[in-house]
Design a protein around this ligand. Structure first.
Ligand SMILES: [Zn+2]
Length: 253
């Protein structure tokens, strides 16, 4: 899916094309009457500073979006931070004019938005972790990576990859890395993508540079492809069609 709209803030008159998580058809529209904006205390104190400019303003907000699909109209609650963008535009009478435009960056949606296509055949044991990852995506990218990694572990368990080995009479857990290498040959082409997902997932669990939303988007790109290959077999289906076309040396009836 196209995740570009989920990188953008929204404005009072402009909401990116965020898909309704309930019907998955409509888009979110802002209920103007349900937008509550308050300037933060540090931001109000900053106004006394001699160099103060309007783009120093910081808000917190809460709002409700409504699905544009007439047969859905689901309300979706949202909260987060706001700031002011200074925009310049040319006016016929007054020349160049500067104006402040509020922009709002969500931290939480309830229900959470869907940020990755999950095939219908994906088991609920994995889906629950992916949905948890979507809920954390905006507020805590590291935790979102962690949940996505847990979803990947659940996919491997669903594929029958064992979680433990018995060594010297003791049961020891297998690492995600070891489990990926145990995938059957029909999935071996996915190993590199899964190992990359593992490294991103590790970045969510360990100290060091804080992961960003961009890292989580890469994780979703990798998982989306892997899930589609495992549960929908797109490449396998295409290869079967290609084989038939080659054999016929032309269109297949
Ligand atoms: Zn809807």
């Amino acid at each position: 899916m196209d995740r570009t709209p989920y990188q953008l803030p929204f404005g009072r008159d402009r909401v990116p094309a965020w898909r309704c998580p309930v019907c998955e058809i409509g888009h979110l529209t802002l209920d103007q009457k349900a937008l509550l904006v308050r300037e933060t205390t540090p931001s109000r104190k900053d106004r006394k500073h001699p160099d103060w400019e309007p783009d120093w303003i910081r808000y917190v907000f809460a709002c409700t979006f409504v699905c544009s699909n007439a047969s859905c109209k689901e309300p979706i609650a949202c909260s987060g931070y706001g700031a002011v963008d200074i925009v310049e535009y040319e006016d016929d009478d007054h020349g160049w004019i500067q104006a402040g435009e509020d922009r709002f960056t969500p931290q939480y949606f309830s229900p959470s938005l869907i940020l990755m296509d999950i095939p219908g055949k994906c088991p609920a044991t994995a889906r629950i972790h992916f949905e948890e990852s979507f809920a954390l995506f905006f507020a805590d990218p590291g935790a979102a990576l962690n949940s996505a990694r847990a979803g990947l572990e659940a996919v491997l368990t669903h594929l029958g990859i064992k979680r433990f080995i018995v060594s010297k009479g003791k049961r020891r857990p297998l690492s995600l890395h070891q489990r990926i290498l145990m995938l059957p040959p029909k999935f071996s082409s996915l190993a590199d993508l899964l190992l990359a997902a593992k490294w991103l997932g590790n970045a969510g669990s360990h100290d060091g540079t804080s992961p960003t939303q961009a890292d989580v988007r890469v994780m979703y790109d990798l998982l989306e492809h892997v899930l589609s290959e495992i549960y929908e077999g797109k490449t396998k289906k295409l290869k079967a069609i290609a084989k038939k076309v080659i054999r016929k040396k032309g269109p297949v009836k």
